[in-house]
Design a protein around this ligand. Structure first.
Ligand code: CTP
Length: 401
């Protein structure tokens, strides 16, 4: 599981290196984001070396964002790839920003973007901690379900005794363990998930693809691994970071996706095909760039193999879950797909509805089961939808035993 550790600028920032090590000992993959002031207390190099990941700082976002790409994208990508957000130490300043939705740096933007449990361990001067404004902010954050680990009494850096010292690292680590998904109802399962679009090349610079962003499939991978499954993700080209603790295979075309899925199929117990596989590919790949001409030109397309149908024919005891994107005759077409592809569940996206589906962070679906049940799941975040889909798989599994 991946933890995002936010470090802010107080003297206790030096303890974040030790905290990071303790989390790693518990098998968490830790990604660090630091505020500018935190970097005055501990270097990003220390935390990058220990975490083996590039540390995210405001400066990095500005310097490294490729030309023409919105730097905000970076915090959304990070937000989507973590299982829990821990801020330790948190200053009075950052508590104020979080409580009031001020997003003027990377860390405070991340706070608004994450859809995972948040744990905050404040550390500050005793008078600051007791200040009514700080206490108001704490109350407000707690009312949003955020776990605030109170500072402890002790000898403070400014030489006085009082409440304000960062809670013990053991207390913080225990809160993280409790905050990660307790269900573990997929332990022992191996889930193979496909995500994203495929790209079918025409020549070295042109290709056919579709509008799938991969978000639904990636969130399914995040949810399944945090519920204890060994998770394999086969993804077409996307802009997303591979989730932590997931076996990841990047592919480009429908043929490559088929190959990777078949390679990993025999060790899987559940297959979820969220990818939007191209149904057609150019008959031939032209190895040199096709030159402009004034003549009309036809692009000949041939069908790609239907991976899901192929697996439906040899599924044995495995649970097979398909997705369907429909624009017309939504349910009739979906029922037909469920039957013809020999699926256990079919997740139907009605892509004509505004504000859901492709590239959006939310989705609304209808879930069809093999035994003829149908239920609508109203609009919710793709992360929450991933858990709903996994819940349906659990229900199906329970029926079998
Ligand atoms: N699928 C697949 N291989 C393909 C095409 C689709 O495995 N070559 C899978 C998708 O991953 C998805 C399901 O089949 O889980 C349904 O995809 P969808 O595009 O909705 O349906 P199609 O079968 O392609 O039919 P149509 O495009 O005519 O609706």
């Amino acid at each position: 599981m991946r933890i995002l550790l936010g470090v802010t600028g107080g003297i206790a920032a030096y303890k974040s290196a030790e905290l990071l090590r303790l989390l790693q000992k518990r098998d968490y993959d830790v990604v660090v984001a630091m505020t500018k002031n935190a970097q005055r207390f501990i270097t990003s190099l220390t935390l990058a070396t220990l975490s083996r990941h590039r540390v995210i700082t405001d400066m990095y976002a500005e310097e490294e964002a490729p030309l023409g790409r919105d730097i905000d994208i970076e915090h959304l990508r990070v937000a989507a790839s973590v299982d829990l957000f821990l801020v330790a130490p948190a200053t009075a300043n950052v508590l104020g920003k979080f409580a009031h939705g001020i997003a003027d740096d990377f860390l405070s933007s991340l706070f608004l973007a994450v859809q995972v449990p948040v744990i905050i361990a404040p550390a500050m001067n005793v008078h600051m901690w007791n200040h009514p404004t700080v206490q108001d902010n704490i109350r407000k954050l707690r009312s949003q379900g955020i776990n605030i680990i109170e500072p402890e009494e002790g000898y403070l850096a400014e030489g006085v005794m009082g409440k304000g010292r960062l809670a013990s690292l053991e207390t913080i680590v225990n809160a993280v363990v409790k905050g990660t998904d307790p269900r573990q109802d997929f332990k022992g399962e191996t889930i193979l998930i496909t995500a994203g679009p495929t790209c079918e090349d025409i020549d070295p610079v042109r290709y056919i693809t579709n509008r799938s962003s991969g978000k639904m499939g990636y969130q399914l991978a995040v949810a399944s691994q945090s519920r204890g499954a060994r998770t394999i993700l086969v993804s077409g080209p996307t802009h997303l970071l591979p989730p932590a603790n997931v076996e990841f295979f990047s592919v480009r075309s429908a043929m490559e996706m088929r190959e990777k899925v078949l390679q990993n199929w025999s060790r899987s117990t559940i297959l979820v095909k969220a990818a939007a596989v191209a149904d057609f590919k150019p008959r031939e790949f032209v190895s040199q760039k096709i030159k402009k001409s004034s003549e009309e030109r036809c692009l000949e397309l041939v069908p790609t193999p239907d991976i899901l149908s192929e697996l439906g024919k040899q599924k044995g005891d495995r649970i097979l879950v398909g997705f369907a994107a429909e624009t017309e005759g939504v349910l009739e077409n979906a029922r037909k797909k469920l039957r013809e592809k020999n699926l256990d569940l079919l997740i139907v996206n009605d892509i004509t509805q505004e504000g859901i589906g492709f590239d959006s962070d939310a989705n609304a679906v209808t879930i069809l089961t093999r035994d003829g049940k149908e239920f609508n799941v109203p609009k919710k975040s793709k992360r929450e939808m991933a858990d709903e889909i996994l819940d349906s798989i659990v229900a199906l599994r329970n029926q079998r035993v």
